[in-house]
Design a protein around this ligand. Structure first.
Ligand SMILES: [Zn+2]
Length: 191
């Protein structure tokens, strides 16, 4: 297994639509395993392949909360086949939008159809944080970030801050300064 570098916004690869996998073969399983390791190390509770620069419809999740413990989940070609009329708001964060959080409204419950790590078709009913996380990750496969669900004003402010932080990091690296410590991320909100 290997840790993969996580892309951060604004990066054009995060805005692209990913392609379905034809079969869950050894290469796809290797990608899933590397993504899971990368997600745990970040740390986050969900990761989509485009976040590591691979434009394939593959996501991994592991939610470990009192009300829902999923264990590691590997989803290829995930599709939402049912969504509740009832919505819920959750404060989301993203490994590709580091240190920014915002409330996003989504359907409270969804049913998702996908191929598991063995290539077997599965259906999963999701609610609570799992529903939020699955929808957030499937959005990544369509080039959508959680900041695309909030006001343009707030989105542009976040993107400007991310660009500024990146420039400062590049300048510090060029000057040989040690990297600034990132603030501890809240794993529960980093999808
Ligand atoms: Zn994300």
């Amino acid at each position: 297994m290997a840790l993969l570098p996580i892309l951060t916004a604004p990066d054009p690869r995060l805005k692209k639509k990913s392609k379905p996998v034809e079969t869950v073969d050894t290469d796809v399983r290797q990608l899933m395993d590397d993504m899971l390791e990368t997600m745990y190390a970040a740390p986050g509770i969900g990761l989509a392949a485009p976040q590591v620069g691979v434009l394939k419809r593959v996501i991994v999740l592991d939610i470990d909360r009192e009300e829902v413990k999923t264990g590691p989940l590997f989803l290829a070609n995930p599709e939402i086949i049912e969504a509740s009329d009832e919505d819920v708001s959750y404060e989301e964060g993203c490994l590709s939008v580091p240190e920014h959080y915002s409330d996003v409204v989504r359907p409270a419950k969804v049913k998702v159809r996908y191929l598991d790590r063995d290539g077997v078709q599965q259906e999963m009913a999701c609610e609570g944080l799992l529903a939020t996380c699955v929808q957030h990750e499937i959005d990544h496969l369509d080039g959508i970030l959680f900041i695309d669900h909030i006001s343009a004003l707030k989105r542009n402010m976040i993107l400007r801050k991310l660009l500024k932080a990146r420039k400062e990091k590049e300048r510090d690296e060029a000057e040989g300064k040690p990297a600034a410590e990132l603030e501890a991320t809240d794993r529960a909100h980093t999808l």
